[in-house]
Design a protein around this ligand. Structure first.
Ligand SMILES: [Ca+2]
Ligand SMILES: [Ca+2]
Length: 104
């Protein structure tokens, strides 16, 4: 008969926890130890972790400088986790609006 003990220890992460963990892991992996993404690191992240062609086109080449400028709120030339989260929530909101058919 199944034991409660194994249930709690073998539990896989819930979706919400998984989503949060993914974002934290993604950022820290690309920030490479110093807790901030410079332009080169941001470029790598966009290159490898974004597949949506529409989003990718927006962020590639020359637009990356613009995106970086918009994300870098405190103008220190790098993206910290807080700035990254702001950008992510903006993208998520747009994605949500699209899904709900509210366009633009
Ligand atoms: Ca870095
Ligand atoms: Ca910054």
């Amino acid at each position: 008969m199944p034991s409660n003990k194994s249930l709690s220890s073998a539990r896989s992460m819930a979706r919400m926890e998984q989503a949060i963990q993914n974002v934290v892991d993604l950022f820290s992996e690309y920030a490479d130890g110093d807790g901030k993404l410079n332009r080169e690191e941001l470029e790598k992240l966009v290159e490898k972790e974004i597949q949506n062609p529409e989003l990718k086109a927006k962020l590639s080449a020359g637009d990356l400088d613009e995106a970086m400028g918009r994300m870098d709120r405190n103008r220190d030339g790098e993206i910290d986790f807080k700035e990254f989260m702001k950008c992510l929530s903006f993208v998520a909101l747009r994605c949500y609006c699209k899904k709900m058919g509210k366009g633009h």
